[in-house]
Design a protein around this ligand. Structure first.
Ligand SMILES: [Mn+2]
Length: 315
């Protein structure tokens, strides 16, 4: 039959080859994929607006069928019988951040209101704030804890009066009612602000240095870092691709050396999934223009599969 082989480069690209749908088609435990092609929050190198479409294209290599994926490490299937729909992109109104972010909030709220998991494809990191706001406004969870994988704190209060840039999303999230703090895995680099660092700690958003993760990993004690996450509370997981080392994921606006390995993030995600429900997921700061090899896209999609298996398989 036509299309039976499921070749990665044939057909119209959707996320993991999933059917397109509307929020009304979601049900409890479904996954609703939403693109947010927005990068007006970037203060350095723009281009993340191209990521949702590029990620969909790359994800066709990992088409999700009914039987899921064979996990050769565990000799079992993952993501079996997952109901995943691609809801398309939020309609961006460029130059209008307030209106665009309202639309992101409404779109995420519509997914969460069906008790489905929003999986958001950014976009720069500024879009995490309206996404988390939508999850909370849906009223299906009363509280959230934020798990961030990121080289940067993203805890800047303002930049010359601007409060919604990609340096501020976690600070804005910290001001939302229902948010019970967070943890940020992978902090490093020359540009960390002391004030942001102290404010993040003071407000319950614990930075975990990349250096500490590498040390815990060498000692085989990576999962002990989950002591920083209160068990049982629903999580919002935000994957900034720059948390990963730029040798593996160079396609990003603000790369920092000494980053995390894929295996470190995978190990932490799976341990999180065993300990806490995952209510929402995003992947941000992928910039396809800086990586002609496309490996950033493939790594990004694989990370989202890890996050999905953490959320849905919980093993
Ligand atoms: Mn970030």
């Amino acid at each position: 039959m036509k299309g039976e082989l499921g070749l990665p480069y044939t057909g119209v690209a959707t996320f993991l080859g999933a059917p397109m749908g509307r929020p009304e088609d979601l049900r409890q435990g479904s996954v609703g994929v939403l693109g947010v092609p927005w990068d007006s929050g970037v203060g350095f190198r723009p281009g993340a607006r191209a990521a949702p479409r590029a990620l969909r294209h790359a994800s066709m290599r990992y088409r999700l069928g009914q039987k899921g994926f064979f996990d050769v490490e565990e000799e079992r299937y993952r993501l079996r019988d997952v109901h995943l729909l691609d809801l398309g992109d939020v309609d961006i109104l460029y130059l209008d951040v307030e209106e665009t972010f309202s639309r992101v909030t409404e779109a995420v709220k519509a997914i969460a209101a069906r008790k489905a998991i929003p999986l958001v494809l950014g976009g720069d990191h500024s879009i995490t704030f309206p996404a988390v706001r939508g999850l909370l406004e849906a009223d299906t969870v009363s509280e959230l804890f934020i798990v961030q994988f990121d080289a940067h704190l993203d805890f800047r209060h303002e930049v010359h009066g601007v409060r919604l840039a990609n340096s501020s999303p976690i600070r804005r999230i910290s001001e939302l009612e229902g948010v019970r703090g967070g943890v940020n895995f992978g902090v490093r680099g020359w540009r960390t602000s002391e004030d942001d660092y102290r404010q993040a700690i003071a407000r319950g958003f614990q930075p975990v240095l990349a250096k500490a993760i590498h040390r815990q990993d060498r000692e085989g004690r990576l999962e002990e870092l989950l002591d920083l996450v209160p068990p049982g509370i629903p999580l919002y997981v935000t994957l900034d691709i720059d948390g990963i080392d730029p040798s593996l994921a160079p396609g990003t606006g603000s790369p920092e050396p000494e980053g995390l390995t894929y295996t470190q993030v995978k190990t932490l995600l799976r341990a999180l999934g065993r300990q806490n429900p995952i209510a929402g997921i995003d992947l941000v700061e992928v910039n396809p223009y800086f990586d002609p090899t496309e490996r950033t896209l493939l790594v990004g999609v694989a990370l989202l599969l890890e996050a999905l298996t953490a959320a849905l398989d919980r093993i």
